[in-house]
Design a protein around this ligand. Sequence first.
Ligand SMILES: NC(=O)c1ccc[n+]([C@@H]2O[C@H](COP(=O)([O-])OP(=O)(O)OC[C@H]3O[C@@H](n4cnc5c(N)ncnc54)[C@H](O)[C@@H]3O)[C@@H](O)[C@H]2O)c1
Length: 515
Amino acid sequence: MVVPYKHEPFTDFSNVKNQQQFLAGLQTVESYIGKDYPLVIGGERVQTKERIVSINPANKEEVIGTVSKASQEHAEKAMQVAEATFETWRKTKPEMRADILFRSAAIIRRRKHEFSALLVKEVGKPWNEADADTAEAIDFLEYYGRQMLQLKDGVKVESRPIEYNRYTYIPLGVGIIISPWNFAFAIMAGMTAAAVVTGNTVLLKPASATPVIAAKFLEVLEEAGLPEGVVNYVPGSGAEVGDYLVDHPKTRFISFTGSREVGIRIYERAAKVHDGQIWLKRVIAEMGGKDTIVVDSTADLELAAKSIVASAFGFSGQKCSACSRAVIIEDVYDDVLERVVDITKQLTVGETKQPTVFMGPVIDEAAFEKICEYIEIGKKEGRLVAGGTSDKSKGFFIEPTIFADVDKNAQIMKEEIFGPVVAFCKAKDFDDAISIANNTEYGLTGAVLTNNREHIEQAREDFHVGNLYFNRGCTGAIVGYQPFGGFNMSGTDSKAGGPDYLLLHMQAKTTSEML
Ligand SMILES: NC(=O)c1ccc[n+]([C@@H]2O[C@H](COP(=O)([O-])OP(=O)(O)OC[C@H]3O[C@@H](n4cnc5c(N)ncnc54)[C@H](O)[C@@H]3O)[C@@H](O)[C@H]2O)c1
């Protein structure tokens, strides 16, 4: 009997007992705050001279941990180990590989609040966002484990009376996992899990802002019984270690989640053939977004306003799926704008020590400066109706910011800001709204608030995004239920947490045997 897949429930922080458990998680994190983590290459702990320092973005002072920084020599060593380990790991039964993911998920579930508390400190997430990040990590591990069990025998193809045919999936080889800081746990763990459950070995290069949660994940995998050398932990500079590994002739695939700029760089470099390379590299890239919420005049306007606020300012807009454009049909434009401004003015911003704080800091100084630059551009391109101020004296805090009456071709309507900034744009009618929404090189998520059935069907067909939501905001996908990934410059059309994601990490082999 197939047991239906159930995703990990989110924690209800209005419940005092849950709050206490979370605070206990924070205390556990305190016990290892500031610890130093080595590289892990083939199970061996390697200390390097240089360190990456992970800082709490809410206070700029607290060192969450330091990690050894890999050089190209370390990356080379890890590559050799991963290549050698591939020969045994690819022959390890898929059931055993899946089992390691299930055991890892169980360990994380047991320590869920601790890991979420670590994300509060390392990434500056509010409690509910950190909880969702950890829950998604658990989901990815369990879902990909289950998917592997379904794929292990391949797919049935017809045999002929004289010939028996089989169609199976085999792993690719050594992969490079390059993950972002914003879903520091879920995406990093999901990308790694998909690659190794399918029989590949990997080098994991997490984002430099969030290396500690990745080091913790490696400890979980080891506790769950993952053999040495299957996942090698090599945090380092993108330009130095990243480029080196992308160019490496033994790299078989690169799984990347991050910005458009870095994604394109990886895609271009991976297309080059180097000396000693005997295959073409595969690139799985999940990149940025310029996500839009469209509201028509039949919509529930209060629901529309709440959806825009949650999608634009949840986790300070630092989601690839964050709403950064609100396109509103002209007869309800003023009404929706006013409601959004009212709700936004009630939002709390600060260090996320309590579950009631809605918005924490942005991740670091570079992000802070970039967002502030966009706010200055926005002041020229639109009418500032909320926020617009920032303060980095204690942590990297930016007020939720709204610009009204922005032209569809304005810079803040086209470029990914990745911060708490939303631009309002007026549309003449629904056709115009969809055309404005599609006026971007991205194509990740979008949402339509409407009670008009024809508009729903029209958007289903014409709104060109990988994840389209009706009558809700545009953030938040659920593993197994709402596979996630975008079109155009949002990536290579892959869908994380979907039924075909594992196939991207494998190659199909046809064998035909004369009878
Ligand atoms: N589509 C999705 O599912 C998805 C999910 C999360 C985040 N994102 C996107 O990620 C971005 C934010 O994340 P970020 O700031 O960590 O992105 P980023 O592109 O700056 O970094 C991502 C990773 O790439 C590494 N890197 C940097 N230069 C490199 C190079 N030359 N070679 C190899 N690796 C290199 C970084 O060290 C990091 O590990 C946003 O654009 C967001 O939209 C997309």
